[in-house]
Design a protein around this ligand. Structure first.
Ligand SMILES: Nc1ncnc2c1ncn2[C@@H]1O[C@H](COP(=O)(O)OP(=O)(O)OP(=O)(O)O)[C@@H](O)[C@H]1O
Length: 225
C-alpha cells in the first residue's frame, strides 16, 4: 500500500498541494486526473523522492521515504517522460539496466514479446517513434518487478489499438498483484481500468471510487462548470 499523508508542494509563488493525503491499495489501479499544470507530475515526483514535501510523509508497504529512502525506492518504479530515456542507448540496454538496478529475475525476452518490442530491441532511442518509447517505458516497469509503479501520461501518443494493448497490460499487472498509480488525461481509459480516481483540485486530492460512472461527466462537473 502507498500512503501519502499531508504533503505540501509549492514552487516560488505557486502552491500545488497543501496537506494533501490519500492511499493507494495493493493490487489496484488508481488514476490521477486534473487539468494541465495543476501538479500531477509534481505529486509523482514527491512520491518518488525527486521533489521534497515540506510536511507530512510517504510510506510504501510500511517503509518510510524519509527514514528508509533506499528501501522505499526499491519498492517503486517511476515511468517518467519518454524524453528522459537515453538517446544513444538501445531498448535492450535500458531493460538490462533496470533489471540490474532492481535486482529483478524477470525475463527480458518475454517482456519484449509482451509489449511487442522484440524487433526494436537493438534500436537506439533516437530511432524510436513516441509509441515505441512508451512501450519501452512500460517494459522497464515490468522488468523492474517493483510492487508499485507510478506512470506519468503512459498513453500519450498511442493510437486506439496500442491504447487497448496498454490497458490490457495494466490490468494483467494488477492481476499479478502490482499497484499502479497513473496520471492521465485519457478519461476513457481511466474509466475502463481504474479502481479509484484521484482528482487534484484546489491543492487537495479527492478520492472517488470508480463505480462505472462516466468519468468525463465527473471531470466536467469538477473543473469545467
Ligand atoms: N521544477 C519546477 N520549478 C518551478 N515550477 C515548476 C517545476 N516543476 C513544475 N513546475 C510548475 O508547477 C506547475 C505544475 O506542473 P506539473 O507538471 O506538475 O503539472 P501537471 O498537472 O503534471 O500538468 P500536465 O497535465 O500538463 O502534465 C506548473 O505550473 C509548472 O510550471
Amino acid at each position: 500500500m502507498l500512503e501519502v499523508k499531508q504533503v505540501h508542494v509549492a514552487f516560488k509563488n505557486q502552491l500545488l498541494l497543501q496537506n494533501a493525503s490519500f492511499t493507494v491499495e495493493d493490487a489496484s489501479i488508481t488514476c490521477l486526473v486534473a487539468p494541465n499544470g495543476t501538479g500531477k507530475t509534481a505529486l509523482l515526483n514527491v512520491i518518488c523522492g525527486l521533489l521534497p514535501s515540506k510536511t507530512g510523509g510517504i510510506k510504501c508497504n510500511g517503509i518510510s521515504l524519509r527514514s528508509k529512502r533506499r528501501a522505499f525506492l526499491h519498492q517503486l518504479f517511476f515511468v517518467q517522460n519518454a524524453d528522459d530515456l537515453f538517446a544513444n542507448l538501445t531498448v535492450k540496454d535500458h531493460l538490462r539496466y533496470v533489471k540490474k538496478m532492481w535486482q529483478s529475475r524477470i525475463d527480458i525476452a518475454r517482456v519484449l514479446t509482451q509489449v511487442e518490442l522484440t524487433t526494436s530491441q537493438n534500436k537506439q532511442i533516437q530511432q524510436l517513434s513516441l509509441d515505441k518509447k512508451q512501450q519501452l517505458l512500460l517494459a522497464m516497469a515490468i522488468v523492474s518487478d517493483a510492487p508499485v509503479v507510478l506512470m506519468d501520461e503512459p498513453l500519450n501518443g498511442l493510437d486506439v489499438e496500442a491504447t487497448q494493448k496498454f490497458e490490457q497490460i495494466f490490468m494483467s499487472l494488477r492481476e499479478q498483484g502490482k499497484t499502479l498509480l497513473i496520471a492521465s488525461h485519457q478519461l476513457d481509459s481511466v474509466g475502463r481500468v481504474s479502481d479509484k480516481i484521484l482528482f487534484l483540485k484546489e491543492q487537495q486530492i479527492l478520492t472517488v471510487e470508480n463505480l462505472g460512472q462516466d468519468i468525463a461527466t465527473q471531470y466536467a462537473e469538477m473543473y469545467l462548470i
